[in-house]
Design a protein around this ligand. Sequence first.
Ligand code: COA
Length: 158
Amino acid sequence: MAIKQTTKITVKDLGTCQEYIPLVSKWLWKQWAHRSGHSLKGIIYRTEHCLTKKCPQTLIAFYNNRPAGTVSLWKADHPYRQDLGPWLSCLFVLPIYRNKGVGRALQATILKKAKLAKFKKIYLIANLKNYYEKSGWKFIENGLYTRGRFVNLYEYKL
Ligand SMILES: CC(C)(COP(=O)(O)OP(=O)(O)OC[C@H]1O[C@@H](n2cnc3c(N)ncnc32)[C@H](O)[C@@H]1OP(=O)(O)O)[C@@H](O)C(=O)NCCC(=O)NCCS
């Protein structure tokens, strides 16, 4: 008889499992940071200093106990919009675990934690189509970003 396996997504503070700092940093470096000239060492250093209980903080998701994704809450994520914050930043799910609800679980947990930290609103930058809208994020503007690019800004009322 086949054994039925129930899948389980868990989300933890990276601060409580710091052995995953190099792995999470490598994901983020490969996905984004190397393109803007950051070294992997620099991103590990950033992650090590992104582990408070409020802001900045970083979460890691596990899919059936395997590390599968991450998200952070940052004070600033937009060089031209220092009037806004905090920011949901660096939402990333490993390709093999995508479309299984890991991203949604990470988002829900970081929103809960931002609310617990008494923030009233949270922001993010995205160029995905109809992803954040599904979770209740409101589009604010398509605004100027670095290197002459334009990005979509979203807000979420906590
Ligand atoms: C975007 C990302 C975080 C989504 O993570 P995920 O775990 O696959 O997402 P979920 O399984 O929680 O998806 C939930 C829903 O969003 C949809 N979705 C997933 N990826 C999407 C994408 N790239 N664009 C639009 N919708 C997407 C799914 O189809 C699903 O829809 P449904 O609820 O109608 O079935 C993941 O694809 C990723 O890491 N991408 C690379 C990094 C990135 O772009 N991060 C976001 C920066 S703003």
